[in-house]
Structures are given as structure tokens and as C-alpha cells.
Ligand binder design. Structure first.
Ligand SMILES: [Zn+2]
Length: 275
């Protein structure tokens, strides 16, 4: 019995502004591909397959591409927090990180409606500060999906840690469920091409299909596993890659004991079973 969580980070232009510091016409156009081409294709595929998914959306995207972001909710998918403008929480003071998190949630609410209540978080950097989990816990956030201490099994995220060359000591377990991610299961390293810094990507969809199918088949042998794919509408949204994803979803559906769910539902179910 395995649960598949298809997740899409709807970074759009925020990735280029904040993480890559490139704001000229070409990078902006690469970001615009997400709302203009990638997202409509992704939403159409999810509708066709009858699958609910999770989208992590920077507040910057929700404001800049508001109608497109609302469509995600209208189609019944989940939206989780993904930073104010795709910034890393690492290196921020606790106060600054808390205020940026609150600003991101407030801006998402202004863009999507005051009844919008996010229950999940994915760090735009796939990295956390020593305070991140405690800040999420204080705000009642159910899950984080940024860390890699397991491959297919959720676990309780720990509240910080102590690290030195003498020893490593994880902090106490929090009430935040960690839904682990993996570079192997992210479309970015496989496909994304960057010239500054040089980042090759550009694998064929067939190669990535094989890698993802093998990972999925292994996860399906583990009782209670959660198989989480991380994708980006501007990357997976190119035609042949969408065809590959469609094929993969069909393969998953033909594997007995597989269900699809949002990350929020997968985290809630795991939390209930683990108490
Ligand atoms: Zn992102």
C-alpha cells in the first residue's frame, strides 16, 4: 500500500528574482512559461487522470499570477507555503524568519481569500534554519516537505539540532510531520538547463521515466510508504515530459494498492496512525 503525492512548486518568476538573481527579459520569460503553458497542461492532466495534487506557491506568485493560482484551488488541489519570494530561511534570525513566514501567509490570504489556511510548508531552498520547524509548529502547520532523512516514510521533524565536529544531536521531535523529498525525485536536476551557474539537466524523458518508475516500484513494496515527486510547471510542462508523466501516472494506477493524495491528507493520515 503506497500513497503517491504529486507535488508542483509553482515558482514562476520568483525563483529567478530571489534564488538566481536574474531579472532580465529572458529569465522572466522562462518564469512566465509556468503560468502560461506549464500550469494549464499540468491541471489538464490531473483532471484527466482524476488525481488531486499539492502545489507549493510563493506569495510572490500568488499575487503576480493570481487567476492561475486561484485555478489550482478551484480544481480542488492543495496549496502550501513556499516562501515570500522564494527565499531561503537559512541564515535569517528567528525574528526575521518568523516575520517573513507571517508575511508570506498574510500575502497568500490576501491573494486567495481570508478563508485560505495553508497546512503545509516546503522550503524554497529545501533547507531549514535551526528555528524553522519550531516556527511552523507554533503556527499549527501540519507538515514540512523539505528534508531527506528517509526515502518513502514520513517521520516527525525534530525541533532544531546541535551540530559540531564532536557530535550531532537531533532536537526533540516536534508535532510537524516531515514528508521527505529527494533530488532523484525532482524534475529540476534532471531537466533544468542553466547557463549561469552552468547546470546541465537536459536528460531525456525516457531516462527519467525509468528512474522514477524504479523508485516508485521499490516504494510500493514498503507498507505505508509515501512516494513524493517534486515537479515545476515550467520544467515538467514541456510536451514530451508531460507525456512521460502521463505514462508514469498510468503505471502507478495499474499497481495494486496505490492511492493518490495531497500531501496534507497523506500527512494527516500518517499523524493519526502514529499517535
Ligand atoms: Zn521552488
Amino acid at each position: 500500500m503506497t500513497t503517491v503525492c504529486l507535488t508542483f512548486d509553482f515558482d514562476a518568476v520568483s525563483l529567478w528574482i530571489s534564488s538566481l538573481k536574474q531579472t532580465t527579459a529572458n529569465p522572466m520569460s522562462r518564469g512566465e512559461f509556468a503560468p502560461r503553458v506549464g500550469l494549464p497542461r499540468v491541471l489538464a492532466l490531473l483532471l484527466e487522470k482524476g488525481v488531486k495534487a499539492t502545489f507549493f506557491v510563493p506569495a510572490h506568485t500568488a499575487v503576480s499570477f493570481n487567476a492561475e493560482t486561484r485555478r489550482i484551488l478551484d480544481d480542488g488541489h492543495e496549496i502550501g507555503i513556499h516562501g515570500y519570494c522564494h527565499e531561503t530561511p537559512v541564515g535569517l534570525s528567528k525574528t526575521d524568519e518568523a516575520s517573513l513566514l507571517d508575511k508570506a501567509i498574510a500575502k497568500l490570504r490576501n491573494a486567495l481569500g481570508q478563508d485560505f489556511t495553508p497546512v503545509g510548508y516546503r522550503s524554497p531552498a529545501w533547507d531549514l534554519s535551526e528555528n524553522s520547524i519550531a516556527l511552523l509548529e507554533e503556527r499549527g502547520i501540519v507538515y514540512d516537505s523539505s528534508l531527506m532523512a528517509d526515502d518513502y516514510k514520513p517521520y516527525w521533524a525534530s525541533r532544531g539540532f546541535q551540530v559540531s565536529e564532536e557530535a550531532y544531536q537531533a532536537g526533540p521531535a516536534s508535532k510537524v510531520v516531515e514528508i521527505p523529498v529527494a533530488w532523484e525525485l525532482d524534475d529540476f536536476p534532471h531537466f533544468m538547463f542553466l547557463n549561469k551557474p552552468l547546470y546541465l539537466g537536459m536528460r531525456t524523458p525516457a531516462e527519467v521515466y525509468e528512474l522514477w518508475r524504479e523508485e516508485f516500484d521499490f516504494s510500493a513494496t514498503i507498507e505505508g510508504s509515501v512516494f513524493t515527486l517534486t515537479m515545476h510547471p515550467e520544467i515538467i510542462g514541456r510536451g514530451p515530459r508531460m507525456a512521460m508523466l502521463s505514462r508514469l501516472i498510468d503505471h502507478m494506477k495499474s499497481t495494486s494498492g496505490t492511492t493518490f493524495s495531497t500531501v496534507a491528507d497523506a500527512a494527516r493520515h500518517w499523524r493519526v496512525r502514529s499517535h
